[in-house]
Design a protein around this ligand. Structure first.
Ligand SMILES: Cc1cc2nc3c(=O)[nH]c(=O)nc-3n(C[C@H](O)[C@H](O)[C@H](O)COP(=O)(O)OP(=O)(O)OC[C@H]3O[C@@H](n4cnc5c(N)ncnc54)[C@H](O)[C@@H]3O)c2cc1C
Length: 592
C-alpha cells in the first residue's frame, strides 16, 4: 500500500517559477500573500495530507464505506477525527472571505493544498469541498438574515453543506425536477421531494448539515427558468426538520463518501437569491465547483504517477533490450523497458502539464476578483469561463487514463487490492460524471463559451499562447514552437468551421463538442509544457543544483510533443467529421 507524498517541489515550480503568482497577486493588491506565506501553507497542508488523510484513503475504501442505521450515517473509522483536526487547524475557512470569518487566502494558494487533499483522500475531501461551495453560494446570494444565522458555523466547518440537485428522473435535465417549495405565511417555505445521489447528505462529522436544495415554486415557469434555490437545514434549533436519509448507494469508487437518497418531507427552508433564479445562483459557484472536480482528477493522476514510479524501480522482470543492467540481480527493474517508460512518461507529461493548466485557471479567478483595472478583470473572466469546462473534463478523463496506466504498470499487483492502485482507478471515474457530465462540459464549452462569444474567448486564449511563441524561446525549441503555431491556426479554423455548421444545424454542434474540447485540452497542455520547458532550460543554463528535476521536465516536454500531442490531430479530425457520420439510429442497427 503506497502512502501519498505531496509533490511540493512541483507545486512550488508551477506557482513560483512558471506562474510567478507572487508578482501577479501583488499587482492585484495582494502584497500580503508572499512566497514565504504560500510555502508555509504548502508545508502545513502537505503534513496534514500525508500524515492524517493518506492513511484514511484505503481504510475508507476497505471498511465498506459509511453505514446507515436508524437514519444516522456513521463514517469510516478516523474520518471524524480527521475532520475535527481539519477544522481546528483552520483549513475549513482558509479561502473564504474575511468579511464572513474566513482567512481570505487567494484561490491559487489554497488550491495547491486542495490538490493534496483530493489526492490523499478524495472521498473524505468531498465533504469539505461541497461545504466550501455552499458557503460561496450563500455568501453571494443569501439574505443578510440567512448569512447571520448559518454562514459563521459553515465557515468554521462546524456545520457542513450539500448540493441537492439530482432526482430519480432528473439528472442532466434539471428542468423536469419535481421537488416542490410551498410558501408559508412567515416568509419561509415547506420543501417536499426526493433527491438522489447526494454526496455527504447525512453523516456524523458535523453538528448540522445545511442543504442547498433546488425546487420549484407553485407558479414556476416550466423548464430551467422555473427552478429556485433553498437553504434547508437538517436540524433547526437542534430539532429535526423533516430531512432524512432513506438509503445509501453502493458504488464503484469513493466508498468513503456517503452517497445518499434524501427525503424532504415538508422541511422548512428559505429562499436563496431570487424566485426562479436558482440556476443563476448555482452558476456563481459553478466555476469553483467544476475546477474543484478537475482538481480531484489531478490529485488522483498525481497519486497514481507516484505509485507507478515506485513500482517500476522495484519490480524485477526481464532484461533491458540492449542487455542486462543489473547483472547481480535475477532480473532488471521494469523501468528498463521502453514500454513501461512510455506509460510512466505519459502519466508524468499529462499530470504535470495539467497541473499548470489547472493552477493557471485558479490564478485567473484571483485576477478576475482583484485586478485593479476593469479590462484585466474582464479578460481574466473570459478566460476562466473558457477554461472551466476544459479543466473539468480533460483532467478527469485523463485521471481515468492515468490511473488505468498505473494499474497496467503494476501488472497483476495493480489489479488486486494489495497496492491500492485499483482504488485510484475506481475513484477516478465519478469525476467524469458529477458536476455536469463531461459530455455536458463539452456542450457548454462549444455552445456557450465559444460560439456564445462568437469565438472571442478562443481568440483571447490564442493571443495569450501566441505571445509566448513571439517571446525569446531557446533555439532548440523551434520545432515545438512551430507545432504549436500550427495548432493555433488549426484551432481558429476549426472553430470557424464548427460555428458555420452549427449555425445551420444544432446537431452539428453537439456532434463536434467532445472532440473539440479534447483538441483544446491538448493544445493548452502543449502551451503549458512549452512554458515549463523554457523555465527548466533557463534553470539548467544558470547552473541549478537541481539538475535531475529540470532535466526531467525537458524529457517530459519532449515526450508530450512527440507522443501525446498527436492525439490533438485525431480529435480535430473527429470534430471536423460532422454529424452525418453519427446519425440517429434504429436500435436494430446497433444491436446487429
Ligand atoms: C457518487 C455520486 C455522487 C453525486 N453527488 C451529487 C450531489 O452531491 N448532488 C447532486 O445533486 N447530484 C449528485 N450526483 C448526481 C450527478 O451529478 C448526476 O449523476 C449527473 O449529473 C448525471 O445525471 P444522471 O446520472 O441522471 O445521468 P443522465 O442525465 O441520465 O445522463 C446519462 C448520459 O446521457 C448523457 N446526456 C444526458 N443529457 C444529455 C444532453 N442534453 N446532451 C448530451 N448528452 C446528454 C450524459 O452525458 C450521460 O452520459 C452524484 C452522482 C454520483 C454517482
Amino acid at each position: 500500500m503506497y502512502e501519498y507524498r505531496a509533490p511540493r517541489r512541483d507545486i512550488r515550480f508551477v506557482l513560483h517559477e512558471v506562474l510567478e503568482v507572487e508578482k501577479v497577486l501583488a499587482a492585484g493588491g495582494r502584497e500580503d500573500v508572499n512566497r514565504e506565506l504560500i510555502d508555509s501553507i504548502l508545508d502545513e497542508g502537505a503534513r496534514f495530507a500525508e500524515n492524517v488523510l493518506s492513511p484514511l484513503n484505503w481504510q475508507g475504501d476497505w471498511h465498506g464505506g459509511p453505514r446507515l442505521e436508524n437514519g444516522r450515517v456513521s463514517t469510516p473509522p478516523g474520518f471524524r477525527e480527521a475532520y475535527r483536526q481539519f477544522c481546528t487547524d483552520g483549513w475549513a475557512g482558509m479561502a473564504a472571505d474575511p468579511a464572513i470569518g474566513g482567512q481570505g487566502l487567494p484561490d491559487v494558494a489554497y488550491i495547491a493544498v486542495g490538490e493534496m487533499l483530493c489526492a490523499s483522500a478524495m472521498a473524505w475531501r468531498m465533504c469539505s469541498g461541497l461545504s466550501e461551495g455552499a458557503v460561496l453560494a450563500l455568501s453571494r446570494h443569501g439574505s443578510a438574515e440567512l448569512q447571520a444565522r448559518f454562514l459563521g458555523r459553515m465557515v468554521t466547518g462546524e456545520w457542513t453543506g450539500t448540493m441537492c440537485l439530482t432526482e430519480p428522473h432528473s439528472g442532466t435535465d434539471l428542468g423536469i425536477m419535481r421537488t416542490k417549495a410551498e410558501p408559508q405565511a412567515d416568509g419561509s417555505f415547506r420543501i417536499t421531494g426526493t433527491k438522489i445521489y447526494i454526496s455527504w447528505g447525512e453523516h456524523d462529522m458535523a453538528d448540522n448539515i445545511v442543504h442547498l436544495v433546488l425546487a420549484k415554486l407553485p407558479d414556476a415557469p416550466s423548464g430551467t427558468r422555473g427552478i429556485s434555490l433553498f437553504l434547508v437545514p437538517k436540524l433547526l434549533d437542534g430539532r429535526p426538520n423533516g430531512v432524512s436519509c432513506a438509503s445509501l448507494e453502493h458504488k464503484l469508487g469513493i466508498h468513503g463518501s456517503p452517497t445518499c437518497v434524501m427525503n424532504f418531507e415538508g422541511a422548512q427552508g428559505w429562499l436563496v437569491g431570487q424566485p426562479n433564479g436558482g440556476l443563476a445562483c448555482m452558476f456563481t459557484m459553478m466555476n469553483h465547483a467544476r475546477l474543484g472536480v478537475g482538481l480531484q482528477g489531478l490529485g488522483l493522476s498525481e497519486r497514481a504517477l507516484q505509485a507507478s514510479i515506485a513500482f517500476a524501480y522495484e519490480r524485477l522482470q526481464g532484461r533491458a533490450p540492449r542487455g542486462a543492467l543489473e547483472r547481480d540481480k535475477m532480473a532488471d527493474p521494469i523501468i528498463v523497458h521502453p514500454d513501461v517508460r512510455r506509460m510512466i512518461l505519459t502519466q508524468k507529461a499529462m499530470t504535470e502539464g495539467q497541473r499548470l493548466l489547472c493552477f493557471y485557471a485558479y490564478l485567473l479567478i484571483d485576477v478576475e476578483q482583484h485586478a485593479p483595472d476593469e479590462g484585466t478583470r474582464k479578460r481574466a473572466a473570459e478566460l476562466v469561463a473558457l477554461l472551466v469546462p476544459i479543466v473539468k473534463s480533460f483532467l478527469t478523463d485523463w485521471a481515468v487514463e492515468n490511473t488505468a496506466l498505473a494499474v497496467q504498470v503494476h501488472g497483476g499487483a495493480g489489479y488486486v487490492r494489495d497496492t491500492g492502485v485499483e482504488q485510484y482507478y475506481r475513484d477516478a471515474k465519478i469525476a467524469c460524471i458529477y458536476e455536469g457530465t463531461n459530455g455536458i462540459q463539452a456542450l457548454d464549452l462549444l455552445g456557450r463559451k465559444v460560439l456564445g462569444t462568437a469565438g472571442q474567448s478562443v481568440k483571447t486564449m490564442i493571443d495569450e499562447i501566441a505571445a509566448l511563441l513571439k517571446s525569446d524561446l531557446p533555439a532548440d525549441f523551434a520545432p515545438w514552437a512551430q507545432r504549436l503555431q500550427g495548432l493555433l491556426a488549426q484551432w481558429a479554423e476549426l472553430t470557424k468551421t464548427v460555428a458555420e455548421r452549427s449555425a445551420k444545424d444544432p446537431e452539428e454542434l453537439a456532434a463536434a463538442a467532445t472532440d473539440y474540447l479534447n483538441f483544446c485540452g491538448y493544445v493548452l497542455v502543449a502551451w503549458c509544457w512549452l512554458r515549463m520547458a523554457r523555465v527548466a532550460k533557463r534553470a539548467l543554463e544558470a547552473g541549478s543544483g537541481e539538475r535531475a528535476f529540470y532535466e526531467g521536465k525537458l524529457v517530459a516536454a519532449r515526450f508530450y510533443f512527440e507522443r501525446v500531442l498527436p492525439r490533438a490531430d485525431a480529435h480535430a479530425a473527429g470534430a471536423r467529421a460532422g454529424a452525418a457520420g453519427i446519425p440517429m439510429l434504429q436500435r436494430e442497427q446497433l444491436e446487429a
